[in-house]
Write a protein that binds this ligand. Sequence first.
Ligand code: UT7
Length: 367
Amino acid sequence: MPFAHITGWGISVPEPVLTNEDVSKMVDTNDEWIRSHTGIHERHIARENEFTSTLAVEAAIKALQSANLAPTELDLIIVTSSSPEYIFPATACLVQDQIGATKAGAFDLSAACSGFIYATNMAAQAIRSGSIKNALVIGSETLSRFTNWKDRNTCILFGDGAGAFVLQASDKPGGLLSAVMHSDGSGADSLTLLGGGARYPATETTIHEGKHFIQMDGKAVFRFATRVMGQAIKESLDLAGLKLDDVQWIIPHQANYRIIETAAKLLKTPLEKFVINIERYGNTSTASIPIATVEAVEAGRVKPGDKIAFVGFGAGLTWGAMVVEWTGSIPAKKQVHPEQYRLFARLRSFVRRALRFIEGFFSRREL
Ligand code: UT7
C-alpha cells in the first residue's frame, strides 16, 4: 500500500492588514481586550479584487513549486473553505481551470475550521488506496466578506488567507500516519452562516436579519474546542502507535490563544511545542493550519523526519486530528515551473469557452 507524503506547501495572504486599533474604530472594543481574550494583534483582509479562488490559486502554485510538480500531474484537487466563492460551482474547479490541472478531479469540502484535516485525510486515503498518485489540498478563506463589522463578538476574530499542501504517493514509509474525524450536529447552531443556502435563500428579509453574516456562541465554541482538542490528538496518536513525547510539534487550528493554552494544560504539554501564529492572522478557518505549518517549515522549525500532530475544530460541530511524519522536499531530477502553466491554462480555458460557444451556435441552427 503506498504512503501519502506531504511534498509541497504554500500560502497566500492578502497584503492589507487590519490592526486591533483599526477594529476598535468600528466597534466598541480595544487592543488590550482583543489581545488578552484572543491573542490576536492583527489580521489580513482581502482586497476587493481578491477572492477565495485568487488566494487558493496563489497558495496552490507555491505548493506545486515546492513539490516541483507540474499541475498537469495532479489527479485530485480538494478546496476546503468556510467562505467558498459560490454555493456552486466548486471553488476547486475554478482553481483547476486557473492552474491548468488538466486531468484532475476537483471538489469542495465543507467541514468549517476542521476542513483542512478532513481534506488532507481524504486526499491521503485516496493515495493510500492506490487510486491516485498526486493530490492538492487547499484551505482558502475570505471570511471578511461574511463578517458583520458591527458585531464585536465576531469581527475581532476572523482573517483572510490560504494555505496548500501537495500530497504524493511513495513506497517509502512516512507521510500521513493516522487521522480521526468527528462531528456532532447537535451543536450546529453554535456557529453559523445561515443566509444564501436553500433554507434561507437571499431575500430582503434575510439580509435585513443579518443572516448572511457569521453568528457565534463564543463561549459554547470555546468549551467545545478545549474539550475535544486533546481527545482528538490522543486518538490520532494511539492509531499511529505513538505517544505525545514522540511528536516534535502540535499544530492546532488558530482560533484563540487561550483555547490553545488550555489544551496545552490539559495535555500537560509545554506551550512551546505548539506552533502558534494567531497574533498576526486571526482565525483564518480552514487556512489556519497550513499557514501555521508553512511558516514553521520556512522558519526551519519543522524539519524532515519530525512528527507532527495537527488538530482542528469548528462549526458543524466538527473536529479532527492527524499525525504526520514531515517529508520535506524531494530532490528533483529536473526543474518544473508550475507558474508557467498558468498562461497555458488561461489560453486553454479561453479556447474551451470559444469552442463551447461555437458548439452552441451550430446546435441552435440545427434545431
Ligand atoms: O474556529 C472556531 C471559531 N470560533 C472560536 O473559536 C471562538 C471561541 N470563543 C472565543 O474565542 C471567545 O469566547 C471570544 C473571544 C469570542 C469571547 O471571549 P470571552 O472571554 O468568552 O468573552 P465573553 O463573551 O464572555 O465576554 C466577556 C465580556 C462581556 O462583558 P460583561 O458582560 O462581562 O460586561 C462582553 O460584553 O467582554 C465583553 N466583550 C467585549 N469587550 C470588548 C465581548 N466582546 C468584546 C469585545 N471587546 N470585542
